[in-house]
Write a protein that binds this ligand. Structure first.
Ligand code: NAD
Length: 496
């Protein structure tokens, strides 16, 4: 099954049959491939090639660079169903979400193609006569991309589409849990390269490897930008190492996303928003709803409605007609059970969270989504457990709800459901939510590519995808030109 898919996606059989590192699907835990893990020396060799490619690519006009990304978008459209299915098999996402992830790749390609004609700099009024000033945006160099298992293809595409139109080369180290989708992306990109014709060899490189490969990317001074997506633990290691050599990083780390549910809210809408945000991708999105901060007057009703909705959620093979697929592995299941035990210790009342389908799939980890009603925002609530656990906290006044929203170490996504315009505006104001994403009457997950994506505090502060995130992939140069016959100095300084 996987062999047929990979063949259609253009991946050579040797790449997934001849390694000694097994790849398992979370759907039933079976072994579906084996890949070779690359280490430090291979990573350095790929950076060498990428550096050479960069030196040619940076001089190709940006709209022509956009043409390569346009072709890649076309290839992705052609292979959307197969790549989406592979995402389901390797990461356990339901079909709709697997396809949605590929659609995100297509969307960012379209965005980047437009951008390739809009890498604008400013023209600035000079204080000196006969002078003009401007800002120019130049390509940066080799961009290192480190990605997490839960968005195995979209995160790479967000970075790569922008990096390529910006004139950079890319070296990608995907999660060791999802090498097959990475091999498929690389094969599809090579198809686009072929159609393009004359791109430099080695423009986009793939390193299937573990931590050692990631570290080689992080430490290499020829990689001016490392865009790293994963846990806060990973960011704590990567961020300071890149900074120590004065490199730049875009860190996209853990979230602990909340919804404030106000008494005026449209509860039908809110319950649907909770369901998708808290349960989608089996709670394994960085933007998953993890905390429900609900007004005490409606708490019991809301919890009852959410429990009723949870009871109807179909759990099982993500390629069949189910809404919740498996957790990625046993470690993830153990972490979830540990968090639920801790929630009980901290005074919580837990509903759901049990293992499901264990007889049918002894080597896979399906769970029913959990709700934990908590007496306070205790330690377990402040921690991101990458599984479907929704902590419920009651509030009495709006200031308290805002405080609870912000009183966690992470700052990725947040939302409020309300029909009170004062609350909605306050939530999005300077004294409102402290997160990178703050929505009104929409859940915390499911962002569009047009906006800049990322979060504050322990989420790392990076921004990628839309808006002006492209600036992170380029270097800014300030240019002053003197077209006069004098040499006046700035600030009126006389130096005769
Ligand atoms: P992870 O941190 O275990 O691994 C992420 C990547 O980092 C992998 O490719 C891994 O090999 C690499 N890595 C780990 N340690 C490294 C090191 N010292 N040096 C270099 N590379 C290293 O994360 P995961 O379990 O794959 O993904 C889940 C986490 O990712 C969650 O915390 C989730 O919130 C986060 N995430 C964040 C975003 C975002 O945009 N903010 C998006 C997706 C996932």
């Amino acid at each position: 099954m996987v062999a047929g898919l990979l063949e259609r996606l253009g991946v050579a059989a040797a790449a997934y049959t001849q390694g000694d590192n097994p790849v398992h699907t979370p759907i039933d835990g079976s072994r579906i491939a084996s890949v070779k893990l690359l280490g430090k020396a291979d990573t350095i060799a790929r950076i060498d090639q990428a550096q050479a490619a960069f030196e040619a690519w940076r001089s190709v006009p940006a709209p022509r660079r956009g043409e390569l990304v346009r072709l890649f978008g076309e290839v992705l459209r052609e292979h959307k169903a197969d790549l989406g299915e592979l995402v389901s098999i390797e990461a356990g996402k339901i079909t709709q979400e697997g396809l949605g992830e590929v659609q995100e790749m297509i969307d960012i390609c379209d965005f980047a193609v437009g951008l390739s004609r809009q890498l604008y700099g400013l023209t600035i009024a000079s204080e000196r006569p006969g002078h003009h000033m401007r800002e120019t945006w130049h390509p940066l160099g080799v961009v290192g991309v480190i990605s997490a298992f839960n968005f195995p293809v979209a995160v790479w595409a967000w970075n790569t589409a922008l990096a390529l139109v910006a004139g950079n080369a890319v070296v990608w180290k995907p999660s060791e849990k999802t090498p097959l989708t990475a091999l498929a992306c690389q094969a599809l990109f090579e198809k686009a390269l072929k159609a393009f014709g004359d791109a430099p060899a080695g423009l986009s490189q793939l390193v299937i490897g573990g931590r050692e490969a990631g570290e080689a990317l992080v430490d290499d001074p020829r990689v001016p930008l490392v865009s790293a997506t994963g846990s806060t633990r990973m960011g704590r290691e990567v961020g300071p190492r890149v900074a120590a050599r004065f490199g730049r990083s875009i860190l996209e780390l853990g979230g602990n996303n909340a919804m404030i549910l106000a008494p005026s809210a449209d509860l039908d809408l809110a319950v649907r928003g909770i369901l998708f945000s808290a349960v989608g991708t089996a709670g394994q999105r960085c933007t998953t709803l993890r905390r429900l901060i609900v007004h005490r007057s409606i708490k019991d009703e809301v919890v009852a409605r959410v429990k009723a909705a949870y009871a109807k959620v179909r759990i099982g093979d993500p390629r069949k007609d189910n809404l919740v697929g498996p957790l990625i592995d046993k470690l993830s299941f153990d972490a979830m059970q540990g968090a639920l035990a801790k929630a009980r210790d901290e005074g919580g009342q837990v509903f759901g969270g049990e293992r499901q389908l264990a007889e049918q799939y002894p080597n896979a980890y399906y769970v029913s989504p959990a709700i934990a009603e908590m007496p306070a925002q205790s330690e377990v609530v402040r921690h991101e457990t990458f599984a479907p656990i929704l902590y419920v906290l009651a509030y009495d006044d709006f200031e308290e709800a805002l405080r609870l929203n912000n009183e966690v170490p992470q700052g990725l996504s947040s939302c409020i459901f309300t029909t009170d315009i004062r609350e909605a505006e306050r939530f999005q104001s300077a004294s409102g939510s402290d997160c990178g994403i703050a929505n009104v009457n929409i859940g915390t997950s499911g962002a569009e590519i047009g906006g800049a994506f990322g979060g504050e505090k322990e989420t790392g502060g990076g921004r990628e995808s839309g808006s002006d995130a492209w600036k992170g992939y380029m270097r800014r140069q300030t240019n002053t030109v003197n077209y006069s016959r004098e040499l006046p100095l700035a600030q009126g300084i006389v130096f005769d």
